[in-house]
Design a protein around this ligand. Structure first.
Ligand SMILES: [Zn+2]
Length: 118
């Protein structure tokens, strides 16, 4: 019985790992096609979101702020998103629909602020 359960847990982990990989690939593709095909980029985002919901995992940190929570557009700071730091928060405004997202500003990143590009 225990062995079976272990196998199931292993399967679950494996499924989640694959889902994360897939999300990663989809966002990378979105980033690549964005300059010449925004609609396609947005489609990659919606597929990634579907994968994420199905696998019930958290959005990988590096992509968490790269899409609009409301209209699901792929966001590129300075192009279709405005990023500001305010009151210890990163404030991202989607310029596609106007939706504003706020994320607490992580302290550990503060030290690297000088060399970051957004
Ligand atoms: Zn939006």
């Amino acid at each position: 019985m225990g062995a079976k359960r272990r196998i199931r847990e292993k399967e679950q982990r494996e499924k989640r790992r694959i889902a994360v990989e897939r999300i990663d690939t989809l966002f990378t593709l979105a980033e690549r096609v964005f300059p010449y095909d925004r609609e396609l980029a947005n489609r990659y985002v919606s597929i990634a979101l579907a994968v994420q919901q199905k696998a019930r995992i958290r959005m990988p940190r590096r992509w968490k702020r790269r899409y609009c929570k409301k209209c699901h557009s792929f966001l590129v700071p300075g192009v279709n998103a405005r990023v500001r730091l305010r009151d210890g928060h990163v404030v991202i405004k989607c310029l596609e629909c106007g939706y504003i997202m706020r994320y607490p500003y992580i302290r550990e990143k503060k030290e690297r602020r000088k060399c970051s590009s957004g």
